[in-house]
Design a protein. Structure first.
Length: 120
């Protein structure tokens, strides 16, 4: 899929308190701009505050001590976004904001390997 669709397309989280859709760009931007990525804002955006400091998703987790609210999905979301990005690079796919469709290049051009560097 094109980078823009992956980065800004379908939501990966929905804040249930006000039905706000959050995509990959939102998650990375929230963390980078408000929570210590590049600096820490004294006041968080209301959506990010609800997501990272409250029970905005409405999820519960069952533990031996009983059910509790799932706290902050941000760390797990960042790990998933990173995994998707690394998998894309491993497959030799091009991530470009200008690409209209996914492009696969051989990892070692001219060595007889197929897409992603795999031998046919």
């Amino acid at each position: 899929m094109p980078f823009a669709l992956w980065w800004e397309g379908d939501p990966i989280l929905v804040v249930t308190t006000d039905h706000t859709d959050i995509n990959r760009l939102d998650v990375v931007s929230f963390v980078a701009n408000q929570d210590g990525g590049s600096h820490v804002d004294p006041a968080l955006d209301r959506v990010y505050h609800a997501l990272s400091r409250g029970a905005a998703l409405g999820w519960t987790v069952s533990t031996p001590e009983g059910d509790r609210q799932f706290d902050d999905p941000t760390p797990a979301s960042l790990r998933q976004i990173t995994e998707e990005f690394l998998a894309t690079l491993k497959e030799g796919r091009q991530l470009s904001p200008f690409a209209q469709e996914t492009t696969v290049y051989p990892m070692y051009p001219g060595d007889g390997r197929g897409p992603g560097g795999l031998r046919p």
